[in-house]
Design a protein around this ligand. Sequence first.
Ligand code: MF3
Ligand code: CO
Length: 249
Amino acid sequence: MIILKSPRELEKMRAANKIVAETHAYLAEHLEAGISTAEIDRLGEEFIKKAGGIPSFKGYHGYPAALCISINEEVVHGIPSKKRIIEEGDLVSIDIGVYYDGFHGDAARSYGIGRISEEAERLIKVTEESFFAGIKKALLGNRLTDISHAIQKHAESNGFSVVRDYVGHGIGQKMHEDPQVPNFGKPNRGPLLKAGMTLAIEPMINLGTYRVKTLDDGWTVVTADGMLSAHYENTIAITEEGPEILSRI
Ligand code: MF3
Ligand code: CO
């Protein structure tokens, strides 16, 4: 069941997502070669709490940290660790969820550390562009998979592949609500888009195969061929005036 949000509820979603966006901006300033992923996680959790929020991911199905930090061939759900030091040339994806005043916000960004390869640079750019190709279709009267199809088309026409096993999602009082939002598929399927729908749209795009596997830690998702992956996510609202990105400052 898709839960439509009232204007009052949308206001709360804006507030939760504002904290997500501010945390991303804060962490981007601290992200550099030599810092551990545990330290980024600590800074993020501290920032979220100071803003009055609660990290949505911590404790979610037993997830042990506030943030997900996924490096290079790691696709999503990388667990921060004191032993994992960010290095020059890494592709780092940071995923942040915040619970505030009864609602969740969720967004991910990918960064290159120092000088990165041209293909890594292009992967980050195309992943972000795929999100924007998708929300161009987040219009009243369209169907959900119009978004999915546009994301896939942009990623694949640039020579990259779309992860199938993990998808975007509705979001609100729960971090994961209906509907699932795949980043691939035929257009014109699934529910009609309505004002008050709030969706986390999150393309996960790979340089090589779309296939992924989960490491023995039970969380970290990596590409099956060990090639690079990037992630870009925003929480959006569908409105009469068009899509509104909530998780940007
Ligand atoms: N942004 C991810 C999602 O939407 C983060 C969930 S990670 C978890 O599913 F740790 F909370 F599981
Ligand atoms: Co999400």
